[in-house]
Design a protein around this ligand. Structure first.
Ligand code: MRU
Length: 365
């Protein structure tokens, strides 16, 4: 996707010893590249959310394993080093399943290569494959989601289609295109009038900071709203469609996404607004059935709730919101049960949010 008309991905191998990302903690006020030169750099980037979003977390972990192979001592300690690196990266964030899938894929492929030099080549190829596959899956989500927007546009006789989204499930959360945003970009690029309601997404404001930035760069009309405004807008006929992303989808179609997604789904159900979730198959956890009971929900630092970050006098500042000493809780995700979801938009097409729907699209599972 584009920043100032130049095409970028959210992560790329710049040279054999250097992976680059955008530092998403500083967006949109400072657009800065961040260098990742080691496994530890990749782990820190995920843990401290310089990168975030399920597919991008997976891609970053894959490059982390590439560095781990480069850093591994030759000889008997090699395998233990790789195993420890995988365990270390595995512990960076708990909810997005892409992380674990990428680490598993990297380890499987590494097991097939003999000798350190071959393993480095294998690690580089596999990490690049994971990134490229993610970008292609998101492009296909755009293709499959586009008819949903086209149909609403036709029913509205070409008046703008109002789409609500939560958090950032855009290209900054993926490698390119985004998941929830891919159909929106596809529709906009085709000349279909769209307008996006962007939930600000407290506490880290991924909607207000990242989704708004992406849409603005692409020229897509949008309005940032408070997290609690969606229900009101739906009651007044101002939302035609909700599309969100997901960090983990169970085989029965429950989805874990940024905290607050569930409330939007409830409001959508009450107002008969279609509620779609866009996902690459890398976010499906085929081992889980009941999202509420089984998906681990990240709890992050209370300071993310107590403080808010913004731009003042030419620099990024944090200010205290709460009375000093008031405790805060910070649940990162919630689970939207399949029964509230109109459909899942995947790289293979749209299906019902159910085991039957998902396994019909992915029969090889
Ligand atoms: O905590 P974050 O910013 O990593 O949460 C991201 C989300 O909840 C996204 O909606 C999700 O990863 C889907 S990304 C395409």
């Amino acid at each position: 996707m584009k920043i100032n008309h130049l095409h970028y991905r959210s992560i790329w191998l710049q040279s054999d010893a250097l992976v680059q990302i955008f530092d998403q903690c500083r967006f949109p006020h400072e657009i800065e590249l961040m260098d990742l030169r080691s496994m530890e750099d990749c782990a820190r980037a995920i843990r401290d959310m310089h990168v975030r979003g399920a597919p991008l977390i997976g891609a970053t972990a894959a490059w982390g394993m590439y560095f781990a192979v480069r850093e591994a001592p030759e000889g008997v300690e090699f395998e233990a080093h790789i195993r420890q690196a995988a365990e270390y990266l595995n512990a960076t964030r708990p909810t997005a399943v892409d992380l674990f899938r990428a680490l598993r894929l990297m380890q499987e492929q590494l097991a097939n290569a003999g000798g350190k030099e071959n393993k480095i080549v294998q690690a580089r190829q596999t990490a690049q494959f994971i990134a490229d596959e993610s970008a292609e899956q998101c492009r296909m989500i755009g293709e499959h989601g586009l008819p949903l927007i086209e149909a609403i546009s036709a029913a509205k006789a070409g008046n703008p289609v109002n789409i609500l989204t939560h958090c950032n499930a855009g290209w900054l959360a993926c490698v390119d295109y985004g998941t929830a945003t891919a159909p929106i970009y596809a529709a906009f690029d085709k000349g279909i009038p769209v307008h996006v309601w962007v939930d600000e997404t407290r506490p880290l404001n991924q909607g207000a900071r990242l989704t708004a930035f992406e849409l603005q760069q692409h020229g897509v009309p949008h309005t940032v709203i408070t997290d609690n405004a969606g229900g009101h807008l739906m009651q007044h006929g101002l939302v035609d469609l909700v599309i969100t992303g997901t960090d983990r989808t169970t085989r029965c179609g429950d989805v874990a996404n940024k905290i607050g997604t569930y409330l939007k789904a409830l409001a959508a159900k009450d107002n008969a607004v279609p509620f779609y979730v866009a996902l690459p198959s890398s976010t499906i956890d085929w081992s889980m059935r009941d999202g509420v009971a089984e998906i681990p929900i990240e709890e992050r630092s209370a300071t993310e709730v107590q403080y808010i970050q913004g731009w003042k006098n030419g620099k990024i500042e944090q200010v205290l919101l709460t009375p000093p000493g008031s405790p805060a809780a910070n649940y990162g995700f919630d689970v939207t049960p399949a029964r509230l979801i109109t459909g899942l938009v995947t790289e293979r097409g749209i299906c019902e949010a159910s085991e039957a729907g998902l396994t019909a699209l992915f029969p090889e599972i």
